[in-house]
Ligand binder design. Structure first.
Ligand code: FAD
Length: 514
C-alpha cells in the first residue's frame, strides 16, 4: 500500500494501488473493485477526495465483496497503467468484476456524485452484473417470496433470520445485507411489500420493516426507532450471539451483548489500583517531567473524581503530599508505602484487588484496565464541565483542555501499551489544539475513542462479547444518530447530552465497589 500524493493516506479505509500492485491485487482477489483513477493535481479530484473517503468509511464492511480503491495517474510510475486502462479524464471510476479484466467504466465524474448515489451504484453493480460472475462472498441481494419465507416461520435454527420488508425502490434491505457481511449469527433477507401473502402472515403494514425469526423458532416484528439503514444494521449487530468475524481467524463461541447502561465505580477503583500499584510501580524513581506528569494526574483525579469516599480522600492526601515535597526525584516505593500503609491506617484505601464489572472481559486478557482508563477519563471530562472551577489554582486551568492534556501526557509517558500511547499522541498532536472549551473536551475524547474502536474492530483485542463499534449505538441513544444525504451522521449536541448523562455522577453505580 502506497501513499498517493497527499490526497489519500494509509490511514484512509481504502486501498491505494499503483502500477506495480493493481493487477496482482485485483487478480488475486475474490471481490469486485471500485477504482478511482485520479490525478493529484486536478482540482475536481482534490474536492472529490473527501466524498471518496466518506464512501470508503461508509462501506468498509463490504470489503469482502467490493473494495474501494484509488490510483494516482499523476505519479510517473503510473503513467503507463493509466494509459493502458484508457484513462483520459480525472477522476475516472472503473469497476473490475471477476474475472478481473471484466472492467467497466462507471463514468468520468465531476465532484458531484455523492456518497449515497455511489453506494446505490455499488449495490446495483453487485446485483445486476448477471453476465459476469458475482464475487465469491456476495450474498443474494434479490428478494425472497412468501413461498421461500413462510416455511421458515416456527423453525429452529442456529442463527437469526432477519427479513427486511420494503418497497421495490428501497435500497435499505440490500445495504443492510452488505453491512452484516462481516457478522456471524444472523442472515438478512429482503422481501417486497407487494407480497400480500407474506404481509398478511407477518401482519406488516408500514415499510421498511424488520421481522426477526429467532433461533428458538419464535418470530416477531422489531420496532425500529428511525427507518434508516444505520438503525436496521445496528440493531441486528447488537442481537445476542451476533458478532463480528475476527479478521482472518476462526469463530469463537457466540454469546450475548448488552450495551452497559451504568458505569461502575468498581471499575474506576480498579483502574487506580492497577495504575498506582502496577503500571507506575515499574518505575523505580519518578523525576523531572515524569514526576510532574504524575503529580498532575493525581491532582486531576483528586479534584474531579465524581464521588466521595475513601478513594477520593486517598487521592487528595496523595496530591497534597506530592505538592508539599520539594524533591525533584521521588522513589516510587515511597508512594507505595504511603498508599498501602500510612493512608490505610487513616482509613483511606484503594481496593486490594482488581474488580472489573462494566469492564469485565469474556476471558482473561480482554478489556479490564484499558477499558477502565477510558472510562475514568470520559468521567473526568464530564466532571470538569460540571464543575468548571474545580481545577482553579492548580496551574492546569491555563490549558484549554487540561484533562485531555493530562491524559495525553500520561498515555505518552506511562501507559504500558507503547503503540497505543504513540497512536494517541499522534491524534492529540493533530487535533487537540482545536479544543476550545469543556464541551469540546468531552466530545474530542468521545470522537477519538470511536476512531480507536473503528481501527480495532475485528482485531484480536476485540472481545467477541463486546465488539468494538461506533458508540453510543442506537439502543443507547437513538437521537444521537441521523442521516444526511443517506449517510449516517452524528447529532453532536445529542451526543453531548448523552455523554453528560452517561458519565455523570448520578449514573455511577456503587455496586461491587469497595
Ligand atoms: P473500550 O474501547 O476500552 O471502551 C470501554 C467502554 O467505554 C465501552 O465498553 C463503552 O461503554 C465505552 N465507550 C466505547 N466507545 C466510546 C466512545 N467513543 N466514547 C465514550 N465511551 C465509549 N488498543 C490497541 O490495540 N491499539 C491502540 O492503539 C489502542 N489505543 C488506546 C488508546 C487509549 C487512550 C486507551 C485508553 C486504550 C487504547 N487501546 C488500544 C485499548 C483499547 O482501546 C480498548 O480499551 C481495549 O481493547 C478494551 O476494549 P473494550 O472492549 O473494553 O472497550
Amino acid at each position: 500500500v502506497r501513499v498517493a500524493g497527499s490526497l489519500y493516506t494509509k490511514e484512509d479505509p481504502l486501498v491505494i494501488l499503483s502500477s506495480g500492485s493493481l493487477k496482482s491485487s485485483v487478480t488475486n482477489s475474490s471481490s469486485a473493485w471500485l477504482l478511482q483513477f485520479f490525478s493529484s493535481w486536478c482540482g475536481h479530484c482534490v474536492q472529490y477526495s473527501s466524498t471518496w473517503k466518506i464512501l470508503a468509511e461508509d462501506v468498509k464492511d463490504w470489503q469482502t465483496v467490493i473494495v474501494v480503491s484509488v490510483l494516482d495517474c499523476a505519479q510517473e510510475e503510473n503513467y503507463d497503467i493509466c494509459r493502458e486502462f484508457g484513462v483520459q479524464l480525472y477522476p475516472t471510476i472503473k469497476v473490475h468484476m471477476i474475472p478481473w479484466y471484466c472492467c467497466c467504466t462507471v463514468g468520468e465524474l465531476s465532484a458531484d456524485r455523492q456518497v449515497q448515489v455511489m453506494r446505490h451504484l455499488m449495490v446495483d453493480i453487485l446485483q445486476n452484473h448477471t453476465k459476469l460472475e458475482r464475487p465469491d462472498h456476495c450474498p443474494p441481494l434479490e428478494t425472497y417470496s412468501s413461498e421461500d419465507l413462510l416455511p421458515l416461520l416456527g423453525q429452529r435454527s442456529e442463527y437469526y433470520t432477519a427479513i427486511i420488508v420494503e418497497e421495490p425502490e428501497s435500497y435499505i434491505g440490500r445495504e443492510v445485507i452488505l453491512d452484516l457481511l462481516m457478522f456471524s449469527g444472523v442472515e438478512v433477507k429482503r422481501a417486497l411489500s407487494s407480497d400480500r401473502l407474506l404481509m398478511d402472515a407477518l401482519k406488516i403494514t408500514t415499510f421498511p420493516s424488520l421481522y426477526l425469526l429467532h433461533p428458538n423458532s419464535t418470530h416477531t416484528e422489531l420496532h425500529i426507532e428511525k427507518k434508516q439503514r444505520f438503525f436496521f444494521s445496528s440493531l441486528l449487530k447488537m442481537l445476542p450471539g451476533v458478532q463480528r468475524k475476527p479478521r482472518g481467524f476462526g469463530r469463537t463461541s457466540a454469546t450475548g451483548l448488552l450495551e452497559a447502561l451504568s458505569v461502575y465505580t468498581a471499575d474506576l477503583e480498579s483502574a487506580l489500583h492497577y495504575l498506582l500499584r502496577v503500571e507506575l510501580a515499574t518505575h523505580d524513581y519518578l523525576e523531572g517531567e515524569e514526576l510532574n506528569i504524575f503529580k498532575d494526574f493525581v491532582t486531576v483525579v483528586a479534584k474531579l473524581y465524581p464521588v466521595g469516599g475513601s478513594v477520593v480522600k486517598l487521592m487528595k492526601t496523595l496530591s497534597n503530599w506530592l505538592s508539599s515535597i520539594p524533591l525533584q526525584r521521588l522513589s516510587y516505593q515511597k508512594v507505595l508505602d504511603l498508599v498501602d500503609n500510612k493512608m490505610r491506617i487513616a482509613g483511606m484505601f484503594l481496593g486490594a484487588e482488581l474488580r472489573w464489572v462494566g469492564c469485565q472481559g469474556s476471558r482473561a486478557g480482554l478489556r479490564g484496565y484499558p477499558c477502565s482508563l477510558w472510562t475514568l477519563f470520559h468521567i473526568l471530562t464530564v466532571q470538569h464541565d460540571a464543575m468548571p472551577t474545580a481545577l482553579e489554582n492548580t496551574g492546569l486551568e491555563e490549558e484549554a483542555a487540561p484533562v485531555l492534556q493530562v491524559m495525553r501526557r500520561y498515555m505518552r509517558t506511562f501507559f504500558g501499551c507503547g503503540e497505543c500511547g504513540r497512536h494517541f499522541e499522534q491524534a492529540a498532536a493533530s487535533s487537540m489544539d482545536q479544543v476550545e472549551n469543556k464541551e469540546d473536551q468531552i466530545l474530542w475524547l468521545w470522537d477519538q475513542h470511536n476512531r480507536v474502536n473503528a481501527r480495532l474492530a475485528g482485531t484480536l483485542s476485540d472481545d467477541p462479547q463486546f465488539p468494538k463499534a461506533l458508540w453510543p449505538g442506537p439502543t443507547l441513544c437513538a437521537s444521537c444518530h441521523e442521516e444526511k444525504n443517506g449517510v449516517h451522521i452524528w447529532n453532536r449536541n445529542k451526543v453531548l447530552v448523552f455523554l453528560r448523562q452517561h458519565y455523570g455522577a448520578s449514573n455511577l453505580s456503587p455496586k461491587y465497589s469497595i
